[in-house]
Design a protein around this ligand. Structure first.
Ligand code: YH5
Length: 289
């Protein structure tokens, strides 16, 4: 576990997330596939119950997402996305004042409303490439996760191609960091993410997961999201709801290579894995024998 990442993430409004230990981002999908029809009372209550469980299990960040970014997914309107995510963010903020909330969106209007409702991190799988997104985050003063994706969700898995996947992902992320700095988003507010499964073959994902050290070059904290993803299905032959153990293995391998935040569905098991991982790493760093 290398430690060249920034020690804190500036989330704006005087909120700082210390990255002296690996942090867990729990995934909270609020879309019709997850909790009946998004936006009604039942789905909001069910989402809040799920958030509550993740917080009690040790999640540091709750990642609220109302647009499905799975391969092949159809786009969601601004109104539908707002109706799904805003009541959930308000509810989490009210119930758990100390938890960090991220909003998984690429739409500036949703970023704005989510931060007003209490979110502190924008988690954008398009790395603020939508019209007005860079300026919106600069103005909001929140943190942002910049993720690499080749292509767009609907078609990204058709024929992903790279000459040098690690170098190309790194170059993309560095360019997005430059774009952020240029509009006034300081580096202390940035997280970088290689985007496992986003326009990548199994081999591309494996190459990136084995070379996370290379992605430390910009000197910014890394976020890794591999939980339950198709690459695990390809490697284990298991359906999405049976990918817990392999997901924990990948979170551990990520943290061992210096990832600052892991984005996961299963918080409890990941907390335990990262606890032992951090203890061994600490012993390694302090041993004088
Ligand atoms: C990510 O990596 N991923 S949404 C397909 C699956 C399972 C899970 C069953 N948002 C990331 O979680 N944000 C998503 O197959 C993300 N990094 C960041 N920063 C996709 C997802 C998933 C897709």
């Amino acid at each position: 576990m290398s430690t060249n990442a920034a020690a804190v993430l500036d989330c704006g409004a005087g909120c700082f997330l210390s990255l002296d230990r690996p942090r867990i981002m729990g995934i909270l999908n609020v879309n019709p596939d997850s909790f009946t029809d998004g936006g009604d009372f039942f789905s909001t209550a069910a989402a809040l119950e799920r958030a509550s469980a993740m917080v009690s299990e040790g999640a540091d960040i709750i990642d609220v997402g109302g647009e499905s970014s799975r391969p092949g997914a159809e786009p969601v309107s601004i109104a539908d996305e707002l109706a799904r995510v805003i009541p959930v963010i308000e509810g989490i903020r009210r119930t758990f004042p100390g938890v960090i909330i991220s909003i998984d969106t690429c739409k500036p209007e949703v970023m704005r409303a989510a931060v007003a409702a209490g979110a502190q991190i924008v988690n954008d799988i398009t790395a603020l490439r939508a019209e007005g997104a860079l300026e919106t985050v600069a103005e909001l003063g929140c943190a942002v996760c910049l993720m690499h994706m080749q292509g767009e969700p609907r078609t990204m898995q058709h024929a992903p191609h790279y000459d040098e996947v690690v170098a190309e992902v790194l170059a993309f992320l560095e360019a997005r960091v430059d774009a952020c700095v240029k509009v006034g988003i300081p580096r202390q507010r940035l997280l970088l993410d290689p985007g496992i499964g986003f326009g990548k073959s199994l081999e591309h994902n494996l190459t990136l997961l084995g070379r996370l050290d290379a992605l430390h070059a910009p000197g910014l904290p890394l976020l890794l999201g591999a939980s339950r993803k198709s690459m695990i299905g390809a490697l284990t032959g298991r359906p999405a709801d049976e990918r817990l153990y392999a997901s924990i293995a990948l979170a551990t391998l990520g943290v061992w290579q210096g990832a600052a935040v892991v984005r996961v569905h299963d918080v409890r098991g990941t907390v335990d894995a990262l606890r032992v991982c951090a203890a061994v790493n600490k012993a390694r760093g302090t041993s004088n024998t």
